[in-house]
Structure formats: C-alpha cells, structure tokens
Design a protein around this ligand. Structure first.
Ligand SMILES: [Zn+2]
Length: 258
C-alpha cells in the first residue's frame, strides 16, 4: 500500500495493485480529471479550492491525483506487458508444436477476419456439446488479425465447407494455409479498390444525369419537362431537394415517419 493522503476526517487513501483504497476498503480503479461541470459546482461551493482529480466520489488535488493515477497506470501497464509476453510465449509454443493454424472467419454481424487459432484442449472440450468439441476453435491474440472481404474468402476457399467455428457469435470459419491467407488479403485490397471506383463512377453518373436535365430544360419545381406550363418553372435542382425535405418534415409532424 502506498499512502496518498489522510483526509480531514482521518481516513487513509492508499493505492495498491491498481486500486485506490479508502481506509482499507476498495474504492475505485479509475482516477480521472474532474469534468468541467462538476469543477464549476465545486468552485462555487469551495472558492479557491485546488481540486483536479477524482476517484469515484473521492476528490483530490493535482499532486494527489497525479500520484494515484501514476501508480494505477504503471500497474495496468505492467499487467498488460506481462499478459502480452505470456500470449506471445503461448503462441510461439503452439506454432512450434503445429497446434496453431491460420483461419478465415465470416460472421453475420462483424464482417470477416483472418486470424490465428487453435483447437480446444481436452479440459475445454468437456464444457461443450459433442458436435462442437472438434469443430470449435479459440482465436489467439497474437499473430495478427486482418479485416478482409467475405467475397475474397469465398473465392479462395472455393466451395470447401467450413471446418471450424468460433464460440460466441454466429460464424463460419475455415483453416487456411499461409498462401491462402496472403491471397485473401490481396483479393480484399482489389475488391475494396473496385468498390471505391464504383462509388466514384456512380457519383459521376449522378452528376451527369442532373446536368443533362438542366441542359434539356427540366423543371425541378414540378419535376417534368413542363416548359413553364406549371407556372413555377425552375431549373434549380435544390428546389426539389427542398420540397422533399419539407414533405419529409411534414410527414414527421403528422407522425407518418419516425
Ligand atoms: Zn414545371
């Protein structure tokens, strides 16, 4: 325990293993700057105060706040570093024993990813139903994870049925080789570039169609080639956008649209 301060009422504020303690009781694992609104309220109530940080309801000055925050942050960084080293060691061992493999996952909700995975251990298998024991896989936090296009995955696995499944969300996964991984990445980049190009073409075509209307005397007021018969002739496209907006607002007011 590192003592941060003793409050006016004699309570001890201490930090240990990423937590602030108040008289030996866990208080909070978060030290943050007091938000502007709260600071304003405090200034009204305690003019000339030097409060800057808080941990739950405990208010601290800059020195106390920075000291606690520094200790909490250092602890968290240490834990994170230890976890990363442990993950890396586990990964290296699994790669060396041939138990780690590359996968391509297609999910319903979260898109597609390439990542490393492993099968369940015997103890883990016991927690799952029969059909999932040999099909289920766990992702490994090391080795890299890449967002890819589902079309690229399907093209590379080419009709091969999914031979893996991650726990949790609705998904299908395939074990893939390094060559297949690289090919999926390459194809995904191509597909994205094509999508970008198609978007640009679409915008260009839209603009061209609008210009054609303007050039041929289209009336944006009545939305036809009325040649002025409607009495409100306008060659300004924003007129119809404004009407659409007005209509949309009217529908909202009448509760037609949400
Ligand atoms: Zn018209």
């Amino acid at each position: 325990m590192v003592l941060i301060k003793t409050t006016k009422s004699g309570q001890k504020v201490e930090v240990e293993n990423g937590w602030l303690y108040l008289d030996g009781k866990k208080l909070s694992s978060r030290v943050e700057k007091i938000d502007a609104w709260t600071k304003q309220q405090l200034d009204k109530k305690y003019p000339g105060n030097d409060y800057e940080y808080r941990a739950d309801k405990l208010i601290m000055n800059a020195e106390e706040g920075l000291k606690s925050k520094g200790l909490v942050d250092a602890y968290n960084a240490k834990v994170k570093g230890e976890q990363a080293a442990k993950d890396q060691a586990e990964f290296d061992a699994l790669v060396a024993s041939g138990e780690a493999f590359r996968t391509a996952e297609i999910t319903e909700q979260y898109g597609c990813d390439l990542m490393w995975a492993r099968r369940f251990s015997e103890e883990e298998k016991a927690q799952y139903s029969d059909w999932f024991r040999d099909r289920g896989v766990c992702s490994l936090p090391v080795g890299g994870r890449v967002k890819v296009e589902s079309k690229a995955v399907r093209q590379v696995v080419d009709g091969r049925s999914a031979d893996a499944e991650f726990c949790g969300c609705s998904n299908m996964a395939w074990t893939i080789t390094e060559t297949e991984w690289n090919e999926i990445v390459r194809l995904s980049e191509m597909i994205r570039a094509e999508k970008e190009e198609a978007k640009k073409e679409y915008k260009k075509a839209e603009a061209a169609s609008l210009q054609r209307k303007i050039d041929t005397g289209y009336c944006f007021s009545c939305e036809s080639w009325c040649h002025g018969d409607c009495g409100n002739y306008s060659n300004d496209p924003t007129v119809s956008f404004a009407r659409e907006l007005k209509l949309s607002l009217a529908e909202m007011n009448y509760g037609i649209k949400e």
